[in-house]
Design a protein around this ligand. Structure first.
Ligand code: IPM
Ligand code: MG
Length: 379
């Protein structure tokens, strides 16, 4: 056992040093791209696995339609990035093959279909790897239920917390296992800043800081304290501390939930509560998700690859609403707010009229995209 302990202690030193190095790199800072001032923006599309290619194809068609003028003028290029399929990733034994990563990095923003991650084994999720490799530190997930007055935006920290060393825990065989959660000053400052900036720019006056700082005293304690430091720079915005357990209850409590506006929270709590929130909106298939960094940004459907739909031959009936919401977020991010608004309006209309049951007899993915473009044409 002593041998295992010695190895674990040694590996802990390496982990600590690598995390300190990461924090110092973040502290050095980066400047966010100004898309409005760019001559040319490259939008990469990644099909993914399962229903990914089907929904991404339609999302791409809608995006090309909306950006037709920009594309014709050479201001926007839409580029298909290949090689992020599960087969290819298994073949080369990497979450993102090197040539694919280089191709991704040659783009400014990305639209990504869902990617599969095998259960067990050593293969890391392509999603998590992409967030890390492109330093996409803010996972932004809006949830709206207008008839109930729900207008939430979640700012989930996307680069550290429980995820950054999730595959690097230690184990004393048959005795115990330990995972690590990492919260850095610089990592917290940038997600807090993103949340409060969003609140200020969008006329919101309340940000909920959601942690379990009564139990995770060091990491969540730091998260909350730094969020309050940043909050002090936004005197018009109230910053409230909430614990994650009661907040999950609040979201299903119609008497209080509509008062919440913006949430900022560590990675794993953000992962869990955004699925809950998406379900309140109508299902995880209805939400879009933005992964934003200073240099890159990636927009994706919040749902998975739906292998069962393909097995049953129902792939063409997949609902592209989630990835189309991601397209709207992408358009806003690259300073095309009018196109984004048109798409969002069209999505509301079409989601209410078409039958996206995912079954024979329902409407298809292609029909949905056609209907969205027809609505856009009327605007
Ligand atoms: C999400 C997903 C991912 C996560 C998975 C696919 C690794 O659940 O985007 O919320 O845990 O972050
Ligand atoms: Mg999740």
């Amino acid at each position: 056992m002593q041998e295992y302990i010695d190895k674990a202690v040694e590996s802990f030193r390496t982990l600590l040093e690598s995390q300190l190095e990461r924090q110092n790199r973040m502290e050095a800072g980066a400047t966010a791209k100004d898309f409005a001032a760019m001559d040319k923006i490259v939008v990469g599309t990644v099909d993914g696995d399962g229903i990914g290619p089907i929904i991404t194809k339609e999302a791409k068609r809608v995006m090309e339609h909306l950006l037709a003028d920009d594309i014709a003028a050479g201001k926007v290029e839409i580029r298909e990035i290949e090689g992020l399929t599960l087969d290819r990733r298994m073949e080369v034994g990497k979450a993102i093959p090197d040539d694919t990563l280089a191709a991704l990095k040659a783009c400014d923003v990305l639209l990504k279909g869902p990617t599969a991650t095998p259960h067990g084994g050593a293969m890391e999720s392509a999603n998590v790897a992409m967030r890390r490799e492109l330093d996409l530190y803010a996972n932004v997930r809006p949830v709206n239920v207008p008839e109930e007055g729900i207008d939430w935006v979640f700012y989930r920290e996307n680069s550290e917390g429980e995820y950054v060393l999730g595959s690097k825990g230690i184990e004393l065989p048959d005795k115990l296992a330990m995972d690590f959660k990492v919260t850095t000053d610089a990592g917290t400052r940038r997600i807090a800043r993103a949340a409060f900036e969003y609140a200020r720019m969008n006329g919101k006056d309340n940000v909920a800081i959601v942690t379990k700082a009564n139990i995770m005293k060091k990491t969540d304690g730091k998260f909350s304290a730094i969020c309050h430091e940043i909050a002090a720079e936004y005197p018009d915005i109230t910053a409230e501390d909430w614990y994650i357990d009661i907040m999950t209850a609040n979201l299903v409590n119609p008497a209080v939930r509509s008062r919440f506006q913006v949430f900022v929270l560590p990675n794993l709590y953000g992962d869990i509560i955004t699925d809950e929130a998406a379900q309140i909106q109508g299902g995880v298939g209805t939400a879009g998700s933005a992964n934003i960094g200073d240099e890159y940004a990636m927009f994706e459907a919040i749902h998975g690859t739906a292998p069962r739909m393909l097995e049953q031959g129902l792939g063409d009936y997949a609902n592209p609403a989630s990835i189309l919401k991601a397209v709207a977020m992408l358009l806003r991010h690259i300073a095309r707010p009018d196109e984004a608004q048109k798409l969002e309006n069209a999505l509301t209309i079409v989601s209410d009229t078409l039958n996206m049951s995912g079954e024979l007899g329902g409407n298809t993915c292609r029909e949905f995209a056609d209907a969205v473009m027809a609505e856009i044409e009327k605007m």
